[in-house]
Design a protein around this ligand. Structure first.
Ligand SMILES: [Zn+2]
Length: 414
């Protein structure tokens, strides 16, 4: 199983928008670019909503069949580790091995020594084709990188072998993710991490590093765009070089765990993948859920009532809902509208405060981030929420498709 050049990770918390999401990929296909869908849902999301991985598989397969998609699609066990991978073995064929907890924990001295010796030929001036600058690599530096990442890659190897033991080698796509670590990886680190991945015989097809800057959930990138663009190009060059040097899968590509909606870096990403003729996996978070709220609000009546209730409830449970996402959101509580204010809004006022249109004066990123993590409230509404999704399907689906096609696919891949 080899993932295509371009793919997009899409989340769908309540599993009702699979078709609306896939329609965006069909639009891209009609415009001449194939971007294959990867439905992703993390263990954290499943736990909060009380759903099972099998529901994601069912939704994905049903959407693909209903729309006659005709290309590949995947179901991603997102950010899994040894402790929860078993739950995803049947439903998933894409596994994002999360080893963030193991970075920075040193491997055994002898293992580090063996790694440094094995890769000693890269000590000195390391020139990477496609990059103007060379990297000055010392033995000490390789030791430091090994000390920081070797144990984590070994852990990824354990998870990989667990999955391969069950599903059979070659029957799934493997991603190695290190995006939820404290500091971004430098190009040299990326290079030696890939050496370790190859040593561990992990046939990684995508790798998700931590990039410079902040990737908060559902809102735009915060950071130095020029620096990001430079590092992104360096990573592409390092990957192309590492594939040849270490015999990694030829389709190995970068995976950007975007947290959704990093519009200001979409331009540089598009330019870089075009320049290097590189593939890309763009993983987004559950912003489809926000499009559900936008659709419900726009629909008015019971839809708007539900949207307002979700906000009022989320505001009252701020700490509880934000807790699990503390490192990936930045909400200024002072700038959150009061429940009273929101209760006076009409559907369009609610939708424009929430819709990610940075040039719109009414757009409120604080409101948006709180609702982003507020899906637990809708989950607790149970049938009432799900029935509203059915009742207002048309207006919701329109928002879901437009969001994915216009704001994401078009800007990155077309
Ligand atoms: Zn991630």
């Amino acid at each position: 199983m080899r993932i295509e050049k371009y793919s997009m990770g899409i989340g769908d918390r309540f599993a009702h928008q699979g078709k609306a999401q896939l329609r965006a990929m069909l639009q891209a296909k009609a415009a001449g670019v194939e971007v294959v869908p990867v439905w992703n849902k993390s263990h954290r999301e499943h736990t909060i909503i009380h759903t099972q991985p099998a529901s994601v598989r069912a939704e994905a397969d049903a959407a693909v069949a209903a729309l006659g998609w005709g290309s590949s699609h995947y179901v991603d066990a997102d950010h899994i580790g040894l402790k929860n991978v078993d739950l995803f073995l049947d439903a998933s064929d894409f596994f994002t091995l999360d080893v963030a907890d193991f970075t920075g924990r040193a491997a055994a001295e002898a293992d580090i020594k063996a790694f440094v010796e094995k890769h000693s030929k890269y000590v000195g001036e390391l020139a990477i084709p496609g990059l103007d600058e060379t990297f000055h690599v010392t033995k000490r530096r390789v030791e430091e990188i090994a000390a920081k990442y070797l144990l984590a890659v070994r852990e990824a190897g354990k998870i990989y072998r667990r999955v391969a033991g069950k599903k059979g080698e070659g029957n799934f796509v493997t991603e190695v993710s290190m995006d939820e670590t404290d500091s971004p990886q430098t190009p040299e680190e990326m290079f030696f991490i890939l050496a370790a991945v190859a040593d561990e015989n992990i046939p990684a097809q995508t790798i998700a590093p931590k990039f410079t800057g902040r990737f908060n959930k559902g809102v735009d990138y915060v950071g130095d765009v020029a620096q990001f663009a430079k590092e992104f190009e360096q990573d592409l060059a390092v990957i192309a070089f590492a594939i040849r040097e270490f015999g990694l899968p030829a389709n190995l590509k970068l995976s950007v765990h975007s947290g959704s909606d990093k519009f200001s870096i979409y331009g540089p990403i598009h330019e870089a993948i075009t320049k290097f003729d590189a593939g890309l996996h763009l993983k987004t978070a559950g912003t489809t859920w926000l499009e559900e709220l936008i659709g419900l609000a726009s629909a008015g009546g019971e839809g708007l009532a539900i949207a307002k209730e979700v906000y009022a409830n989320a505001l009252g449970r701020f700490d509880e809902l934000c807790g699990p996402y503390a490192t990936v959101i930045d909400i200024d509580p002072e700038k959150l509208p009061s429940t009273r204010t929101v209760s006076g809004w009409n559907g369009e006022e609610y939708a424009s405060a929430l819709r990610h249109n940075p040039s719109c004066d009414a757009y409120n990123p604080n409101f948006r981030q709180l609702l982003h993590v507020g899906y637990k409230v809708a989950a607790e509404m149970g049938e009432r929420y799900l029935n509203a999704l059915k009742e207002f399907e048309e207006v919701i689906a329109k928002n879901v498709t437009e969001n994915i096609f216009d704001r994401h696919l078009k800007r990155i891949f077309l």
